[in-house]
Design a protein around this ligand. Structure first.
Ligand SMILES: Nc1nc2c(ncn2[C@@H]2O[C@H](COP(=O)(O)OP(=O)(O)O)[C@@H](O)[C@H]2O)c(=O)[nH]1
Ligand SMILES: [Mg+2]
Length: 585
């Protein structure tokens, strides 16, 4: 565990006794504790098949552990962690794991299809020196489509930084690789580019390739790090790259805001409780009435937005995303036709799935970004009056603005760093929706059942929840659409077929599923934002209710609560200052 993680956990642990006898409550406190504890920084090592990824990692480890020269079908993403008790966990799709001896790695290829990925625990000093950093040996980009897709779908949202390996033998960055890098870019993921196997070429040749690759990176992605050249010195180079990631800073970036938000929320609760203890019963009752009205306004607003989504926006969004994907497929038609001419179905499918993934990710993220900003503003506006009257009650004018900021900030975060965690928040929310659909006998076309969302899944997570199942579907239907490729036609005939038949067929096959998935995820986005506003209001209701009751029943106890709260405020401020605000070395 990193020092920053430890500092943050100590801070949270210290809060529990401080608030123990007060009326303060926070689910976020335990959630945050869990999340920080389970956080790992995943660093996937990606690149073409046979670029030398596994060899590179073996050199780094100083032992030959990972299989080298594997055939594409047998590659499984392999996560490397330190443990004094070496073992291997093979993870199945249902989340269960099979524990094996490390030596099983060599023979596991025959069973590769049974597992989603591997977790390898080694008693290795290099890994021990990387607390909370997890290197992942990834299947190659040329790996079988579904294998590769499985790995990318899983690690794209989870990786904090990607190490991209290209062999100097390849001469430049392929179109396929550029498309994958573009996905990283959309996800806001940084990457370091390694030019590998430079010992196989003369200095001059290496220089030529390096300049070409550098230029490709500069043109396509304005803001990346310099290219790192790797020959036989893989271990020190990789160590430097990992050190430059500044893991402590990543942890701070991920959690500092949440910790400050939690602190503010607790301090606001204290101030509200103190205010309420000093008000008359009539004043408290008035505030409670206004809050209850606020909840009704949020619910009305939510239902209006959901209705509008179903009636208007959903259809528009589906067509917008499909046309964008169609245009992008059109723009790579010569690449597609070349794959068709050479009768290479696998290559053809790969191009289609890469282009569709990239395009869908961009358009859906765009739409979800827009939707999320609009609805947060809509809900805040619906509450307008409540913002003012509660501001006066509590002498805290900006609470509505603070909630709005916090929700927006959370929704647009790019990192989910819960590598070890059993599924992301979006996945958990998805499972809950499925359960309710079954339970309530939901039918197509009806409004979705209301899920009580635990926390906010980010716009990116919501986007992934649409894109991944869509690409899975595409991989299944593509072979049917492509059957014609073996019929041996002329280039021009094939071009016509691609434009007039294949691309429209791809769009057609995706339409219905895209409709369903977007419906669910847009609904999720709106509902979870409304839940978040409701939770804030409900928390105020609870506090005022409890404080005014206690004041009526036992004036002496109420006075004690005042003293306790004042003391608690001081301690909390002191703890927060040490953990979150003091200058760090
Ligand atoms: N000469 C040389 N060969 C390498 C180097 N790295 C990998 N290879 C060879 O390239 C092939 C593919 O390597 P591997 O690590 O399995 O690539 P991966 O598919 O990216 O994991 C193997 O035959 C390795 O022996 C290197 O730095 N120099
Ligand atoms: Mg490999």
């Amino acid at each position: 565990m990193l020092n920053t993680q430890r500092t943050y956990l100590n801070y949270l642990n210290a809060i529990f006794p401080v608030i123990a006898d007060t009326a303060l409550q926070s689910d976020e406190l335990t959630r945050l504790q869990n999340d920080i504890q389970h956080t790992e920084l995943l660093v996937p090592v990606i690149g073409a098949f046979s670029a030398g990824k596994s060899s590179l990692l073996n050199t780094f480890l100083g032992e030959t552990i990972l299989s080298v020269g594997l055939t594409p079908e047998t590659e499984l993403a392999t996560e490397l962690r330190y443990s004094s008790d070496p073992h291997l966990l093979a993870m199945r799709l249902d989340g269960s794991a099979e524990r094996m001896d490390v030596t099983a790695l060599a023979t596991l290829k025959a069973r590769a299809h049974e597992f989603t990925h591997l977790q390898l625990y080694l008693d290795n000093p290099r890994l021990k020196a990387l607390p909370s950093l997890v290197l992942v040996d990834m299947p190659g980009f040329g790996s079988s489509l579904s294998n590769h897709n499985k790995a990318i779908a899983y690690y794209l949202p989870r990786g904090v930084h990607f190490i991209v390996v290209t062999s100097v033998e390849d001469g430049n960055i392929t179109q396929s690789m550029l498309r994958q890098l573009d996905d990283l870019h959309t996800y806001g993921r940084a990457f370091t580019f390694l030019l590998n196997k430079i010992n196989l070429r003369s200095d001059e040749q290496v220089q030529d390739v390096a300049e070409l690759v550098d230029e490709q990176i500069r043109i396509n992605f304005a803001d990346t790090r310099p290219l790192v050249r790797v020959g036989l010195d893989a271990a020190p180079r990789l160590t430097e790259v990992l050190a430059s990631l500044q893991p402590e800073q990543i942890i701070r970036d991920v959690f500092e805001d949440r910790l400050k938000d939690l602190t503010h929320s607790l301090l606001n609760q204290i101030n509200l409780a103190l205010a309420s203890l000093q008000k008359t019963q009539g004043e408290n009752q008035h505030a409670l009435n206004e809050l209850a009205q606020g909840i009704r306004k949020i619910e009305r607003q939510r239902d209006n937005i959901l209705e509008d989504l179903r009636d208007q926006q959903l259809e528009r969004t589906v067509e917008y995303c499909l046309s964008a994907a169609g245009r992008e497929l059109d723009s790579v038609q010569s690449e597609l036709v070349s794959a068709a001419v050479s009768g290479n179905q696998e290559a053809f499918s790969r191009i289609v799935s890469e282009v569709v993934r990239g395009s869908m990710t961009r358009s859906i993220k765009d739409q979800m970004d827009h939707l999320s900003r609009t609805v947060v503003t809509d809900f805040a506006q619906a509450l307008g009056d409540l913002g003012q009257s509660m501001g006066q009650f509590n002498n805290e004018q900006s609470w509505l603005g603070q909630i709005t900021d916090r929700i927006n900030r959370t929704l647009h975060k790019t990192g989910e760093t819960l590598g070890h965690w059993n599924g992301t928040l979006a996945e958990r929310n998805g499972r809950e929706l499925e359960r309710l659909k079954q339970e309530t006998g939901w039918e197509h076309g009806k409004p979705l059942p209301r899920v009580t969302y635990q926390g906010l899944a980010t716009v990116l997570a919501v986007t992934t929840s649409v894109v991944n199942p869509l690409i899975e579907l595409a991989i299944i239907f593509l072979p049917n659409i492509l059957a014609f490729i073996n019929e041996g036609r002329q280039r021009e005939q094939l071009r016509q077929k691609v434009i007039n038949e294949v691309i429209p067929a791809v769009k057609g096959e995706m339409r219905e599923r895209l409709h369903t998935l977007l419906n669910e995820q847009m609904d999720t986005l709106v509902t979870q934002v409304s839940s978040e506003f409701e939770r804030e209001i409900a928390e105020k209701q609870r506090l005022i209710d409890e404080m005014s009751a206690s004041r009526q029943q036992d004036a002496e106890a109420a006075q004690q609560q005042v003293e306790l709260l004042i003391q608690c405020r001081e301690q909390l401020q002191q703890l927060a200052k040490q953990a979150l605000y003091e200058v760090r070395s």
